[in-house]
Design a protein around this ligand. Structure first.
Ligand code: ATP
Ligand code: LTN
Length: 334
């Protein structure tokens, strides 16, 4: 990776479950397009993942699977910095400092916190509440300008900006204030069963989400069962969330616009439409799945990439962290 004046871009996904086509279209796929335009840091957010209960062996396995998936999707480890969040201590260290600039009340108001606290009522831990501050630390450590995420993360981005501005006001210019980068296509893929809700890796209904690991039969079955509505028009419209979602998915995988997708399905019935969307998705995922398996067979290669990524990330992060420690008045020896 060359040192240039390219803008810095940061993003991450949690290894907290099987990834869905929502994660792919909303996040990872865009990373690939952006990796040559920006200086990119792509992380596997395992510190975030443990804010809900994880099985340790599974977390470790999913971390490696996610690394393989990034690469299989086209993230080029030579063009960007790909690493595991917990391998860079600066994330936890900066979080502590930023915590002192963040108010309990504003964390309690975060939509994702409220949702997750309701879903995991038995485990509303401090980490769950602190999640946005850790995410702010991730972003701010690298002097990030651009953060490509799905629309559900917008509120977290706002908080990261607020914290950066607050720190800069109190201690002097230290952090760059990041911008969200939310692409229209794929920004919000919704559940196949309840198409007003986002498609989520942790949905209890197995038919609601299409996973990147699903085989062709499973994908076809899930699309066959996808909720549409009672008329038979294949158009995107607010009152037709199911059909709109399928059109969005189709357009995103085909690389066409939604109006083009509507045109392609003129005269189709819902059955044939859902079949065609399923085929498109299965065709797009097959090569990614094959490549992920190939990579997972070579653990040494993946370990090497992650080790090098962590070293590069740690170097960049340390620069910002040292500055922060100096600004807040920590004794640094002399
Ligand atoms: P969980 O449902 O377990 O909370 P998640 O599916 O939201 O997790 P994350 O790891 O939190 O997954 O998110 C990874 C990235 O995928 C984020 O950039 C997020 O905005 C994006 N993303 C998640 N779900 C969708 C979706 N349905 N549509 C578009 N983007 C999404
Ligand atoms: N919370 C994010 C994952 C994440 C992230 C980040 C995204 C952790 N750290 C920094 C962008 C920038 C999510 O998508 N659920």
């Amino acid at each position: 990776m060359e040192e240039t004046t390219q803008k810095v871009l940061y993003s991450a996904v949690q290894p907290s479950g099987n990834l869905t086509i929502g994660n792919y279209l909303g996040a990872i796929r865009n990373w690939v397009k952006l990796q040559h335009e920006f200086t990119c840091f792509y992380a596997i957010a395992d510190l975030h993942a443990i804010t809900v209960k994880q099985e340790p062996a599974l977390l470790r396995r999913r971390t490696l699977e996610l690394a393989a998936l990034y690469v299989a999707c086209g993230v080029d480890p030579a063009a960007c910095t790909l690493y595991v969040q917990s391998n860079v201590a600066a994330h936890a260290e900066l979080t502590w400092v930023l915590n002192t600039l963040t108010y309990v009340g504003e964390m309690e108001r975060m939509t994702q916190f409220k949702d997750k606290a309701a879903r995991h009522a038995e485990n509303v831990n401090m980490g769950l509440m602190d999640y946005p501050v850790l995410m702010a630390a991730d972003i701010l450590l690298y002097q990030t300008q651009v953060v490509p995420v799905g629309i559900d993360q917008r509120q977290h981005l706002e908080i990261a900006r607020d914290i950066a501005i607050r720190f800069n006001n109190r201690y002097g210019e230290t952090f760059r204030v990041p911008e969200a980068y939310i692409l229209k296509e794929g920004a919000k893929i919704t559940s196949l069963q309840d198409p007003v809700r986002k498609m989520s890796k942790s949905d209890e209904n197995p038919n609601a989400s299409v996973f990147l690991s699903d085989d062709r039969d499973t994908i076809m079955r899930k699309f066959r069962r996808a909720v549409t509505d009672s008329d038979d028009r294949i158009v995107a419209a607010e009152e037709k969330p199911g059909v709109t979602n399928l059109l969005n998915i189709y357009a995103a995988f085909k690389g066409c616009t939604v109006p083009e997708a509507e045109k392609a399905f003129q005269g189709f019935g819902y059955g044939d439409f859902k079949f065609a969307v399923g085929e498109t998705v299965a065709d797009a995922l097959a090569p990614i799945q094959a490549e992920q398996q190939r990579l997972l067979a070579d653990k040494g290669y993946l370990a090497g990439i992650l080790k090098e990524g962590a070293a590069r990330a740690a170097y960049a992060a340390r620069k910002t962290l040292s500055k922060v420690y100096r600004k807040v008045g920590f004794y640094r020896g002399e």
